[in-house]
Design a protein around this ligand. Structure first.
Ligand SMILES: *Cc1c(COP(=O)(O)O)cnc(C)c1O
Length: 375
């Protein structure tokens, strides 16, 4: 029992964000309306959805806010959610971001710097404790992404939050609200690309932020209102519908991810395997402490870029595709993208879905036949 409702997270996923009164539908309907009939003067009420929200956004926000332990605001995408948090900062604010983090975050910060010090940002290897400690000393906002995309770096959120006077924001996309709750570890903001595991079906774009302080939620709602990065009505419906099954999808995918990580580590064509659940992960102990499970994404290295491309070309069950967190497994060579110069050329990011683990393994093993053994 983790909160005042006395209900476990799996149960909260199923029951929150639903209408209650007699005769009400169990699901908040999709309301495709930009505007609503005006209430009599002085009575308030919903008038325009960009300003006042829709029932669908609110149901989704109720669920995610409850799971993360702070009031939530939804946005049109994960990047819109990230941008909204950064836009709360004054011009010239000093932002520290991890070298290994979602490419969009670093592109946004770089564009802001190029445009004339919107932010003064620096990237730091978040696995280098001394470098991180030096960087956060005079920061206004420390951005963390743990586990990170795509190197699965793990950072001790509580340690960073205790060591800095800066605001701390955590991209919790890889962990999901079921495996890690950064607000309870001292973070001020937690951000999700709900496009990934929360939505879970690769059929929408959506983002969400949960905040420690209710006044920050008001500021983010204001950002959404004036900048207009609003979720679509259908997307919010689908994200909530997807979230209902997050716990069962996650359990299946995480079990398979652990099994595949162990088998990949033994495979002669595979070099380093990155998965926080493996005892050999450099931050395995931190992950075991701050997460309830190691998640559904596995990184593994083959000989070089050509070998990694051959694996992507060889898989039949796993989809060679970008993105992650869907019911279907996906694999991608991340170093082919801009902004990934620090990523080993032969690194494959495998997002494990809900297929049978033996079908996934047979598929990967067959594709690995085509690539050289690393020894
Ligand atoms: C995909 C992703 C994002 C961006 O989310 P969008 O919904 O694509 O805008 C941010 N952070 C992480 C870790 C991601 O994987």
């Amino acid at each position: 029992m983790e909160d005042g409702t006395g209900l476990r997270p799996e149960t909260r996923l199923a029951v929150l964000g639903r209408p209650h009164g007699p005769g009400q539908p169990l699901n908040v309907p999709v309301v495709p309306a930009s505007n609503f009939r005006a209430a009599p003067a002085g009575e308030g009420g919903r008038e325009y959805s960009r300003d006042d929200g829709t029932p669908g956004w609110e149901a989704f926000e109720e669920l995610i806010g409850d799971l993360e332990g702070g009031p939530a605001v939804s946005f049109s995408s994960g990047m819109a959610a990230i941008a909204a948090v950064l836009e709360l900062l004054p011009v010239g604010a000093r932002v520290v971001a991890p070298r290994d983090s979602y490419t969009g975050l670093r592109a946004l910060l770089a564009d802001g710097a190029a445009a004339g010090s919107r932010w003064r940002s620096r990237t730091v290897d978040a696995t280098d404790g001394d470098a991180l400690a030096a960087a956060i000393a005079d920061a206004d906002l420390v951005w963390l992404e743990t586990p990170s995309n795509p190197l699965l770096d793990v950072v001790d959120i509580a340690e960073v939050a205790a060591a800095t006077g800066a605001l701390v924001a955590v991209d919790n996309t890889f962990a999901t609200p079921l495996l890690q709750n950064p607000l309870s570890l001292g973070a001020d903001f937690v951000v999700h690309s709900a496009t990934k595991s929360i939505g879970g079906h690769s059929d929408l774009l959506l983002g969400v932020v949960a905040c420690r302080r209710p006044e920050d939620r008001e500021r983010l709602v204001r950002r959404r209102e004036v900048a207009g990065a609003t979720p679509g009505a259908l997307e919010a419906f689908l994200a909530l519908r997807g979230a209902r099954t997050l716990a069962v999808r996650l359990r299946q995918a995480q079990d398979s991810a652990g099994e595949l990580a162990r088998r990949l580590a033994e495979h002669p064509a595979v070099g380093r395997v990155r998965y926080p659940g493996l005892p050999g992960h450099p931050r395995h102990a931190v992950a075991a402490r701050q997460m309830r499970g190691p998640g559904t994404v596995v990184g593994f290295e083959v000989a070089d870029a050509a070998a990694a491309d051959a694996v992507c070309a060889g898989v039949r069950v796993v989809a060679a595709a970008t993105s992650l967190g869907g019911v279907e497994s996906t694999i991608e060579r991340r170093a082919k993208l801009p902004g990934q110069e620090h990523v080993p050329a032969g690194l494959l990011r495998l997002s494990v879905g809900i297929e049978h683990v033996e079908d996934l393994w047979a598929d990967l093993a067959a594709a690995l036949e085509a690539v050289p053994r690393t020894g």
